[in-house]
Structure formats: C-alpha cells, structure tokens
Design a protein around this ligand. Structure first.
Ligand SMILES: NC(=O)c1ccc[n+]([C@@H]2O[C@H](COP(=O)([O-])OP(=O)(O)OC[C@H]3O[C@@H](n4cnc5c(N)ncnc54)[C@H](OP(=O)(O)O)[C@@H]3O)[C@@H](O)[C@H]2O)c1
Length: 340
C-alpha cells in the first residue's frame, strides 16, 4: 500500500512557512509487524506549536530532522491490526504525523487513544472533544479556577482553544468576553460561542471596552497570545484573580530571538494578590476521560457549541498552519485527509 507524507525539507524563516519547507513523498508501506496496527488518517489537527517543531522543538521535543515526517495529531480509523488492543474499525486519535497512513505500535510515545463517544463527528476528537477542548477545560477550570459570577476575558477567543472557553465559562455561571481581530469573528463569539461580549482589539479601545463590559474588572484572564494584550488584561485584574498562561502566539517568533514584549503591568499581580500560572495539557492526561465524558454530554445537550475550520487534502497542511499566524482561522483549524 502507498502512503503520501510531508517531510521537513527546510527550516522556516520568518512568521510563515513556505511550501518548499516541505517535501511531499510517496512511499510503499512495509507489512505490519506483530504488535503494530495501520491507521487510515481522516483528519489532521493544526496547532501553532507545529511551526516550532520545525525550528526549535518549542521546548517540548527535539526539533525535527530533515526528511522526518512532520509531527502532529490526527484522528483515523484502524484498517489493519496485529495488535490485540486495537481492532479494525476502531477510531483512534494520537500522533499520526502529516501523512495519509500511520503504522503505530501502540507505545506511549504515540499517545494513541481510542475515541470513545461517537455521537459527534470524528473531527471533534481533535477539537472540542480532544486535546484542544481539554486545554480549554483544564485551563479554565483547574488553572483559572473559574466560579459562578466570575468575569472572564479571553484572547484569541475564536481560535481552537478560545472558541470553547465562552460556553465553558457560562456552564459554571461565569461571564466571558472575547478578544478577536475582526468584526466577523466578534459576531461569531456572541452569536454562537457563548460570549456575552466581544472586543475587536484591532479597531477598538481595549481598556475602555473591558470597562464597559466589566466595570469592576476581571477575575480570570485566559491568555492564548501574550504580549500587549496580556499587559492590558493585567491592568484590569480584580483582587485574587487568576491569569491562565495557555499560549503566546504573538510572541513565538520573538521568543526565538530573545526579543519578547516587556510587560509593564506585571506588578498588578502582587497589588491584586492574583495568581499567574502556565500549564502543559499532557500534565492532565489521567483526567482526559473525565473531561471528554463531561464535554461530550454538554455538546449532546447543546450547551457547548463548537466551531471548526476545515481545509481538505494533505497538500493544504502548510496553508492551514499559516492561517493561524495570519489570523484567518475561525475555530479549530483542521485538514480533512480522507473519508471514513
Ligand atoms: N498550554 C498547553 O498545553 C497548550 C495546549 C494547546 C494549545 N496551546 C496554546 O494555546 C493557544 C491557542 O491554540 P490554538 O491551537 O487554539 O490556536 P488558535 O487560537 O486557533 O491560534 C490562531 C489564532 O491566534 C490569534 N493570533 C495569531 N497571531 C496573533 C498575534 N500576533 N497577536 C494576537 N493574536 C494572534 C488569531 O486570532 P485573532 O484573529 O482573534 O487575533 C488566530 O486566529 C496557542 O498559543 C497554543 O500554542 C497551549
């Protein structure tokens, strides 16, 4: 059987990747060995961290070598198996890489989980009911310690992670306002994604708009971007607030060169007796099943509406990755690779 895959051909320079940073290869798959199973990839996830797998590993893994298949999570169907733990027809999600088929030996490195619930489309196993949704859930509930009555501000609120936070806040009796770069994204936040308000951070006075929605300030800031937006949010903290450092997309490029934004309002953490904490989603691995079960229930009940942004075809992966940095994606960015 043939497999097509995208391998690293050059290290990206600048904010965006180029098609020529990748090489599309077609290879013949070897027969399965005992313990292995073959996955037909249905969807691939796209996340900002992937660009850094190509550059410096983002402090999580070693940078990719030239000729290595691009890393990334996918959801797929088991089409052949010599592993008793995985049957033909199982839907799984895990480290598939940017390719159409994946041979997996089930070892912990691949973090291959069976997808348990099947009422929602399989794509959700990479979005709201997968690592992206879990990041929203554990970020808001465990790091943000959100509670009824809290006022929550979220950056990149229409992004993969942010697009779940509005409803998750509402479910706990809190109110969320989202930051986004266009009026269209702002409308999406209010009309579909559970936010009580939205701020176009490109065209509006952010501080004034936060005061408009939350005159007494915020209790939780869920940060996906870092930089100036984080600084403004710090200036609006109430006492005993929680600042969730989830991501820093506005500063990724700068952090490669040691020139990140200098926060002016860091002292507000002390002045308001607040907490600011980062986290790594895999630290919550033992609780993923609980989160998936709860969130699948909320999706089924219509309490957690989700948003996906889907391109089609393996060749679209570099374009899809760039969309995150070009601020084009609305919801979780995915690429459909094949029909089930
Ligand atoms: N801690 C963890 O374990 C963990 C796990 C998963 C993800 N993350 C992080 O969480 C964040 C969200 O992940 P995601 O996959 O859902 O990505 P995402 O939010 O969909 O990322 C793309 C969005 O980021 C915003 N953005 C892009 N460039 C920006 C800039 N220069 N300044 C401000 N905003 C910018 C844009 O939204 P606007 O158009 O609205 O600006 C864009 O649509 C990422 O930083 C990711 O690395 C962390």
């Amino acid at each position: 059987m043939k497999n097509r895959r995208l391998v690293l051909a050059a290290r990206p320079e600048g904010l965006l990747v180029k098609q020529s940073d990748f090489k599309l290869e077609e290879v013949t798959l070897p027969p399965l060995k005992d313990g292995e199973f073959l996955i037909k990839v249905l969807y691939l996830s796209v996340a900002p961290v992937m660009k850094f797998y190509m550059q410096d590993g983002a402090g999580i893994e070693a940078p990719l070598e030239f000729g290595e298949t691009m890393r990334g999570r996918g959801v797929g169907e088991v089409v052949e198996s010599k592993n008793p733990g995985f049957q033909v027809g199982d839907i799984v999600q895990g480290k598939c890489g940017w390719q159409e088929y994946k041979i997996c030996d089930g070892s912990p490195y691949h973090m291959m989980y069976k997808v348990k619930q099947r009422q929602a489309p399989v794509s959700t196993a990479l979005g709201v009911l997968g690592m992206t949704g879990f990041t929203s859930y554990f970020g808001l509930y465990h790091i943000g310690e959100v509670k009824a009555g809290d006022k929550v501000l979220v950056s990149a609120a229409t992004g993969g992670v942010g697009s779940n936070v509005g409803h998750l806040a509402k479910i706990k009796g809190a109110q969320a306002v989202g930051l986004a770069s266009t009026d269209e994204k702002c409308r999406l936040l209010i009309e579909k994604l559970g936010y009580i308000g939205a701020i176009n951070y490109k065209t509006e006075n952010i501080g004034e708009r936060i005061d408009h929605f939350f005159p007494e300030g915020i209790n939780v800031y869920f940060d996906n971007v870092g930089g100036e937006l984080l600084d403004i949010a710090l200036s609006k903290l109430q006492r005993y607030s929680r600042v969730v450092i989830c991501g820093r997309i506005s500063q990724y490029e700068q952090s490669l060169h040691g020139s990140t934004y200098n926060l002016k309002n860091w002292y507000k953490i002390g002045a308001t007796r607040s907490k600011m904490q980062g986290f790594f989603i895999y630290d919550f691995e033992e609780q993923f099943t609980k989160a998936e079960t709860e969130m699948a229930q909320w999706v089924a009940e219509g309490k957690l509406a989700y948003q996906e942004d889907i391109l089609e075809g393996l060749e679209q992966m570099p374009t899809a990755l760039n969309r995150l940095f070009e601020r084009k994606n609305k919801g979780k960015q995915l690429v459909k690779i094949a029909n089930a």
